[in-house]
Design a protein around this ligand. Structure first.
Ligand SMILES: Cc1cc2nc3c(=O)[nH]c(=O)nc-3n(C[C@H](O)[C@H](O)[C@H](O)COP(=O)(O)OP(=O)(O)OC[C@H]3O[C@@H](n4cnc5c(N)ncnc54)[C@H](O)[C@@H]3O)c2cc1C
Length: 432
């Protein structure tokens, strides 16, 4: 019997240390610094670098990576418990060296990069010296990558990239981009594109503007609209086989999606704690909010939804560790990706609402968190697409019947039961 919900005491001590460290040392940073990817900002260097050193010293750096890549190799279940803590503070992932999209980009480089790529790009990325960007979505198409147009043409021992990309997060701080481009326009749709490493100091990479999320000041966002104009890169910068960009992209997306879900559990806990403190403290009509049934319902619904989501995330993490094969957990990952924005949205909305005007004000974090719930419904693909994956995978486990009536049609079941038991029991007249 291998089911269990215990955390071994030794690892629990690490989690307790992380909880305390994130709350006291890391969380305050977001009150004075706004951009956790601006690794050259002098204040980042002063505040974040010393904390990264402590995490490395403690053996908790890059906890998403296996030991062969310099991480502790904890596996996904332990990582899930750690990410629940890291999800509570915006600087925590970078302090622990496991922030997206660098974590996924690192996985791509580890799988498909040459020794030279690993030395030049992967090593400084894993050490936290640089950050990177994944540049795939285009202004005219996102959810359907077969519509992408950004082109890569071979010219001798170079590739030349021309086209536009949209919402390339953190491009403005990145040392390199991983770009998906059409290299074989006449091939079948899923074999038309290849993946490339493009260093950001290559001539021809023009950031038209940096879009922000709603509510952020115009022009100061983190998501680049990029025009690639005759960007020349060595042929060796192709990652994986020519025309295999979809396969390469999957290397990062499976892990990336569940890591977002793990951190979302942390955000949910944070909002839930605030909600509980508020309803126990605020009085109206002679009693605290917590004594009102409709408020209790909101607390109960939030706790139930949060726990359901958490258990699904943890079981998926456990399955990844068991199978070591993302293809076997596609359904599970798509399911948590589809569920995440809804639970996140619903719990945050209740937390905001129960704080009244304070909740909607810019003196509380709820409106930003609410926007985060919409982000989780889009980044790494919209919810609808993931639900299609769940449905297809689930339905793949069933077979249709050729019969006019289904297998479970009651007359058919009754006839089968009669045949099975006729000699054993006295049949009741009403059932014949
Ligand atoms: C905060 C954030 C960060 C991001 N970072 C990056 C990044 O670093 N790199 C990058 O390349 N991209 C990034 N993206 C882009 C993201 O991958 C896309 O937003 C996503 O794939 C959807 O594409 P789209 O925005 O073009 O929406 P569209 O493709 O235009 O889809 C719009 C809507 O149409 C509906 N829809 C689409 N397809 C279907 C379908 N098959 N069935 C039913 N309904 C459908 C859905 O409601 C969907 O939300 C980021 C997005 C966000 C929000």
């Amino acid at each position: 019997m291998s089911w269990g919900f215990d955390t071994d005491p030794e690892f629990q001590r690490e989690l307790d240390w992380m909880e305390e460290f994130v709350a006291t040392e890391v969380a305050p940073i977001e009150m004075v610094l706004s951009d956790s990817y601006d690794v050259t900002n002098p204040n980042f260097i002063k505040l974040v670098r010393p904390l990264q050193a402590i995490v490395k010293e403690r053996g908790l750096w890059a906890c998403h990576l296996g030991s062969e890549l310099g991480g502790p190799g904890f596996g996904q279940l332990k990582l899930a418990l750690m990410n629940e803590i890291l999800g509570k503070a915006s600087f925590a992932p970078i302090v622990f060296g496991c922030q997206a999209p660098d974590s996924g980009n690192g996985e791509i480089l580890a799988h498909y990069g040459t020794e030279e790529h690993k030395e030049k790009f992967l090593r400084p990325l894993l050490d936290g010296e640089i950050v990177s960007c994944f540049s795939m979505t285009e202004p005219h198409a996102g959810a359907d990558p077969t519509m992408f147009k950004c082109a890569a043409e071979q010219d001798g021992d170079e590739w030349v990239i021309n086209g536009e990309k949209w919402f390339s997060s953190n491009a403005k701080h990145a040392s390199f981009l991983i770009v998906m481009a059409v290299s074989d326009p006449d091939a079948p749709p899923h074999s038309r594109m290849s993946m490339f490493i493009v260093p950001t100091d290559t001539p021809g990479i023009n950031i038209i503007r940096n879009a922000g999320i709603g509510g952020e000041p115009m022009g100061e966002g983190h998501h680049a609209y990029i025009r690639y104009e005759n960007v020349r890169i060595p042929a060796a910068n192709m990652l994986g086989e020519r025309g295999q960009a979809f396969i390469v992209a999957q290397t990062r997306l499976g892990g990336g999606r569940i890591h977002h879900a793990m951190r979302t559990v942390g955000q949910l806990h944070k909002a839930f704690d605030m909600m509980c403190q508020r309803v126990l403290s605020r009085e109206t009509k002679g009693e605290v909010l917590a004594q009102k049934q409709s408020v209790q319902e909101k607390i109960a619904d939030s706790w139930i939804e949060m726990e359901q989501f958490r258990l699904l995330v943890l079981r998926t993490a456990w399955r990844i560790d068991q199978y070591q094969d993302y293809r076997r957990v596609r359904k599970d990952i798509a399911a948590i990706k589809a569920l995440m924005p809804k639970v996140y949205h619903d719990v945050i909305s209740r937390a905001l609402h129960l704080h009244g005007s304070l909740g909607i004000s810019n003196e509380m974090p709820f409106t930003g968190m609410l926007m985060g719930s919409y982000v989780m419904g889009l980044a790494d693909g919209p919810t609808e697409v993931h639900k299609v994956t769940v449905a297809r995978q689930v339905l793949g486990e069933y077979t249709p019947t050729d019969d006019l009536f289904p297998d479970y049609h009651l007359p058919r079941r009754r006839d089968a039961a009669l045949a099975k038991f006729r000699d054993l029991i006295d049949l009741e007249v009403g059932q014949l």
